[in-house]
Design a binder for this molecule. Structure first.
Ligand SMILES: NC(=O)c1ccc[n+]([C@@H]2O[C@H](COP(=O)([O-])OP(=O)(O)OC[C@H]3O[C@@H](n4cnc5c(N)ncnc54)[C@H](OP(=O)(O)O)[C@@H]3O)[C@@H](O)[C@H]2O)c1
Length: 285
């Protein structure tokens, strides 16, 4: 590995450090931020993620009311909880943990959620706000990637950024974000996917390549130009084993690269809390 590593930990710490005084100010004004979480079913990985987010919420001074619905919960059960959280005065932001069991229509539940409490920024109203450059919660992983690049002083403004993958949680909102007219964005963004079989032609010309696919090892050194910055967003889990999109050998060609573990993940969590605190600030105002 010759590339400079771009860890997400320090980025997350900086984001959370900025939130500390803002949470204190809200609490002092009588408005303790609340992050509601909903878990449907028995998926142990999802239960672990929720537990970790609730512990983090408590550590930061947020309340974290939680509802765990059984594996055989109906869509009506879930919608009832979403409506309850929508109406709750002490809940500013809501997370519906994905994936949900097969009988649940996740998108319909998301549509039921009050867009101003949508901590993941994935509600169509918030995707619309992102497309229009209006304020609102930005999807956490894309926001984390922008912050990660800015923190490590990797310029994207005016540079050729290629995103591999156009999924709704990562590639597509990231393209919207990095093409906005702001100093930490302003990039010439190209999005490639299965409809572009010669996508390596694009990644080989990029200044920054962001993998957002979920196919282990899809990005390899022969797809890169020496010195390029590589950000690994896509991962697949096989049991507890994490399999990233970016093959480890990319570190021999890249100039800078996110680590296999501790890259984009910590920044995603930090952005979740930033969205929750901003939702509380909007409601308190
Ligand atoms: N680190 C984090 O905190 C975090 C958070 C969110 C998501 N993720 C990860 O990010 C990845 C993307 O998430 P998502 O929800 O956006 O996924 P998604 O909706 O499944 O999108 C995957 C994208 O990859 C493209 N793709 C798949 N196989 C390809 C191939 N062989 N060649 C070129 N393109 C290919 C797909 O192309 P088509 O559109 O043509 O099918 C699609 O656009 C997943 O691995 C997810 O786990 C990580």
């Amino acid at each position: 590995m010759t590339a400079r590593l771009l860890p997400g930990g320090p980025v997350a710490e900086a984001v959370l450090a900025d939130l500390g005084p803002r949470i204190e100010a809200l609490v002092a004004a009588g408005h303790r931020p609340g992050l509601g979480t909903i878990l449907v079913g028995d998926d142990s990985a999802s239960a672990g993620y929720i537990r970790m987010k609730m512990e983090k919420a408590t550590a930061l001074g947020l309340t974290s009311p939680h509802v765990h619905l059984p594996q055989d919960a109906t869509q009506a059960d879930l919608l009832a909880v979403v409506r309850e959280f929508n109406a709750a005065g002490d809940v500013d932001a809501v997370l519906i943990q994905h994936p949900t069991p097969p009988q649940i229509d996740f998108d319909a539940a998301l549509l039921e959620l009050d867009p101003d409490k949508d901590v993941d920024g994935l509600h169509p109203v918030n995707m619309g706000r992102l497309a229009l450059g209006m304020p609102g919660p930005v999807p956490c992983t894309p926001a984390g990637i922008e912050a990660l690049l800015a923190h490590h002083e990797i310029p994207v403004s005016g540079r050729n950024v290629v995103i591999l993958g156009r999924g709704t949680t990562l590639g597509r909102p990231l393209a919207l974000l990095l093409s906005q007219k702001r100093p930490t964005a302003n990039a010439a963004v190209t999005v490639v996917h299965t409809g572009v079989p010669d996508w390596p032609e694009y990644t080989r010309r990029a200044d920054v390549v962001i993998a957002a696919v979920g196919v282990p090892g899809i990005l390899r050194p022969e797809h890169l130009t020496p010195g390029v910055t590589v950000v690994g967003g896509g991962v697949r889990y096989e049991g507890k084993r994490l399999l990233p999109d970016v093959d480890e050998s990319c570190g021999e060609v890249a100039g800078a690269i996110t680590p296999r573990v501790g890259g984009v993940g910590p920044t995603t969590i930090a952005m979740l809390f930033r969205n929750a605190v901003e939702a509380a600030e909007r409601r308190a105002a």
